[in-house]
Design a protein around this ligand. Structure first.
Ligand SMILES: *Cc1c(COP(=O)(O)O)cnc(C)c1O
Length: 339
């Protein structure tokens, strides 16, 4: 998803869906803590070629200025909240104040800091400076959105996280939540219902429930699509409509973000009904399609198209779903198992 710009790849940037560009600040290629289910794990294993940070920020600005269809800039990583407030301000200030970036209406921060280090927004030495940055962006007319990663309602129980949420919301920013469904951690409807109820009570907006990607530890963490769908549906029971802003289960695949809508029975056959929420080809967005039901499939590449259509419509022009980098895993784990 790295865009080409002036004949060269724009390193540390991804631009897959026209409206949203992802910036991986060079100093933000780490996290407050390392999740063993993280799909970005390869950036944290001290292998230089696996790092993905933007080192030439001026080219990034130039790219955004020249692409007026970009409405959203998403700072991600790693976790951008490991950056100092002054470094973040340096990155964000031009987007807020320069007329060239009028078309950038939304600033998103993909972060797990609320769960891991809520003190980032309370008592770090530059916490107040950080909050002032969000406030300045809001006052300047930008929508500031925290895309906060949570996996379990326990992460929302401390006074610290609740204080941090209150402080962030007081700047005018909005907090939307997302996270993967994981075996051994949150593969139950009761856990998700409680998570979303707590989020609603605290003023957070549930956004995405993701399927676990093909990471090294996938066999341990992945939940089958059929099971995830059942958990999603059951967790909505009794849940206020105000928290049903969440879309799930969603697979973020190479051709696009695929939402599993449900199971349909036609004749004697069962199918998954799916649709693209976002797609690499804009014309695919919101297109629905059917796959044969499977109780065990965990990802789109383990599903087959309905009605003996040899391949899914989006397979035409797409490479197969990115294969996991076996060689990298082997060199990290020194383990034959993945070869
Ligand atoms: C999910 C995602 C986005 C944002 O999609 P929204 O539906 O607007 O939240 C942008 N870029 C990439 C690569 C994504 O995976």
């Amino acid at each position: 998803n790295v865009p080409m710009f002036e004949g060269r790849p724009l390193e540390g940037v991804q631009h897959k869906y026209a409206d949203t560009v992802l910036l991986f600040p060079d100093a933000g290629q780490t996290c407050h803590c390392h999740c063993s289910f993280c799909f970005r794990w390869s950036q944290f294993v001290n292998m230089k070629e696996e790092k993905f940070g933007c080192q030439d920020i001026s080219r990034f600005y130039q790219y955004v200025a020249e692409h007026e269809n970009i409405t959203d800039v998403l700072l991600t990583g790693g976790d951008p909240m490991v950056l100092s407030a002054s470094r973040l301000a340096e990155l964000v200030n031009p987007l807020i104040s320069n007329e060239k970036f009028r078309h950038v209406r939304n600033l998103r921060f993909g972060t797990k800091a609320l769960g891991f280090w809520p003190y980032r927004f309370i008592s770090d030495k530059d916490s107040d400076q950080l909050l002032r940055l969000f406030e300045r962006a809001s006052v300047a007319g930008k929508h500031v959105a925290f895309m906060a990663h949570f996996n379990h309602p326990r992460e929302l129980e401390t006074t610290a996280v609740q204080t941090a949420i209150g402080r962030i919301l007081s700047t005018g920013a909005v907090i939307r939540t997302q996270g993967p469904i994981l075996a051994h951690i949150n593969d139950s409807a009761a856990v998700w219902r409680e998570l979303w109820e707590k989020q609603l009570a605290l003023g957070l907006l549930p956004y995405y429930m993701f399927m676990e990607r093909d990471t090294g530890a996938r066999d341990y963490f992945a939940v089958p699509i059929a099971r995830a769908l059942e958990i999603y549906r059951q967790s909505l029971r009794g849940l206020s409509g105000l928290a049903r802003t969440v879309r799930g289960p969603v697979m973020s695949t190479t051709p696009g973000k695929i939402e599993v809508l449900g199971v349909v029975n036609l004749g004697n056959q069962r199918y998954f009904s799916l649709r693209f929420l976002r797609a690499r080809q804009e014309r695919w967005e919101h297109r629905q399609f059917l796959a044969n039901y499977s109780p065990t499939a965990r990802w789109i590449d383990e599903l087959t198209p309905a009605l003996n259509e040899g391949k899914f419509f989006f397979d035409e022009s797409e490479p197969a779903v990115t294969p996991i980098r076996r060689s990298v895993i082997n060199s990290v784990l020194g383990n034959e198992r993945f070869s």
